[in-house]
Design a protein around this ligand. Structure first.
Ligand code: FAD
Length: 390
């Protein structure tokens, strides 16, 4: 039987960040990953919100640029609703970057979409739209400021930092069963089929939306939605967020340099594969985009099912904990923030629950208000944007 102080299952952004922080603190950590850790490539639009970069800096002490992570220049985002569209200019400070203060980024938001929202409230407008916008005005403004990068580069950077810090990794390995009393995980190497036991003091599930740790400890799967994504030829230089009337979700087009990626997430549809594919195809057709490569899908928690501590000595972080923004589908910032919060808790600082309180409030608020936000976004575009001519 192997032994470790802290056993972390899942070497994604959350698990590898936690491993790195714990190694820095001199702890004994073992990381398990079911795939080939160096080759795995998480399906992701690669949007790094301002608060995600802030969390990255808090963990690694560097901005993305200082870490050698090249982000795409993104100056403009077009928000489209039905036949209307309006453009949002990214806050300059976050574009130019380097350790921007949260406050100044929010000031810089007084452009584009958010400024339009404020003006709309001040100057009035159609009553129904005004009401919807008013209700949505509490939406976390950090999300309108972002950069994008290839997700693999981001995950590889974090994993390498963990390994350079002397972290141990067993890839192609997963957990088959957990004996909570003995604090032992029965594991299997998926290539050799060899099974073996690992004794732990603390067990952490960082194994994403389909978390096996969560399932083994609670007997339940969490509530998730299917998201689709595919690479496409570059047709536009701007990012497009396409909201369709009455859809609880959106379609995205994100330029990545030489090509672009399109994808969608529709929460009301849950995991109904054929319905989501139909919506995806309709949006591609509307935008004149042809998909020639494979469309990949992955699950995203819908934010209604957050769980931080499923059992004594056991914790969940990132998407395994259900930490995801129902409105945007974004979760990289929660992965990093929860890793940092748990690393601090395991060193006797604030408890994990306490440290995660602001994040839990945000996840719950965005989950219960997402309908309102989508409706409000659509109304703003309709009343303040321009009608498309072609
Ligand atoms: C299509 C799509 C687009 C997205 N776009 C964005 C975006 O632009 N911006 C954003 O902020 N968020 C985005 N997200 C969400 C974001 O990818 C997640 O919130 C983030 O990856 C969560 O990090 P994590 O470490 O918790 O989980 P993951 O990144 O999923 O990592 C989990 C790790 O655990 C491993 N694992 C899984 N099961 C097991 C097991 N049984 N045993 C061992 N290991 C296991 C996996 O292989 C993986 O390496 C997107 C998600 C999808 C699906």
């Amino acid at each position: 039987m192997q032994e470790t102080d802290i056993l972390v299952v899942g070497a994604g952004a959350a698990g590898a960040s936690l491993g790195y922080l714990l190694k820095q603190a001199g702890k004994d950590v073992l990381l398990l990953e079911m795939l080939d850790a160096k080759k795995k490539n998480k399906l992701c639009a690669g949007i790094i919100e301002h608060r995600a970069e802030q969390a990255f800096m808090d963990i690694f002490g560097k901005t993305l640029a200082e870490a050698g992570l090249v982000t795409m220049p993104m100056e403009t985002m077009i928000v489209r609703h039905d036949d209307y569209e309006m453009s949002h200019t990214m806050p300059k400070k976050h574009q130019a970057v380097q350790g921007t203060e949260q406050g100044s980024v929010q000031d810089e938001n007084a452009q584009g979409f958010v400024a339009s929202l404020r003006n709309y409230l001040q100057k009035g407008g159609k009553m129904a739209a005004k009401m919807a916008v008013k209700k949505a005005a509490g939406y976390e403004p950090g999300v309108v400021s972002y950069k994008a990068l290839p997700r693999k580069h981001f995950d590889d950077y974090i994993l390498n930092r963990y390994l350079e810090a002397g972290g141990r990794l067993l890839d192609h390995t997963t957990v088959r069963s957990i004996d909570k009393e003995r604090q032992v995980a029965c594991c299997v190497n998926l290539v050799t089929k060899e099974t073996f036991e690992i004794k732990y003091n603390t067990l952490v599930g960082a194994d994403g939306a389909t978390s096996i740790v969560r399932r083994l400890l609670t007997g339940k799967r969490q509530s998730t939605t299917l998201a689709l994504e595919a690479p496409v030829p570059l047709t536009l230089r701007e990012t497009v967020i396409y909201l369709r009337p009455a859809d609880h979700g959106y379609f995205w087009y994100i330029p990545r340099g030489n090509d672009a990626t399109v994808g969608c997430v529709y929460h009301k549809l849950g995991c109904r594969d054929s319905e989501i594919r139909k919506h995806f195809a309709a949006c591609c057709a509307d935008m004149g985009i042809k998909i020639e490569s494979k469309i990949r899908g992955a699950l995203i928690p819908d934010g209604s099912d957050v769980l931080l501590q499923p059992a004594e000595h056991c914790f969940l972080i990132g998407e395994a904990a259900g930490l995801s923004d129902n409105f945007t589908g974004g979760g990289i910032h929660y992965a990093l923030l929860s890793a940092k919060a748990l690393a601090d808790a395991l060193q006797g600082k604030k408890t994990y629950d306490e440290a995660m309180k602001p994040q839990l409030d945000a996840v719950h608020k965005n989950c219960s208000n997402a309908n309102i936000y989508f409706a409000a976004g659509g109304k703003v575009v309709e009343f303040l944007g321009k009608k498309k001519t072609n």
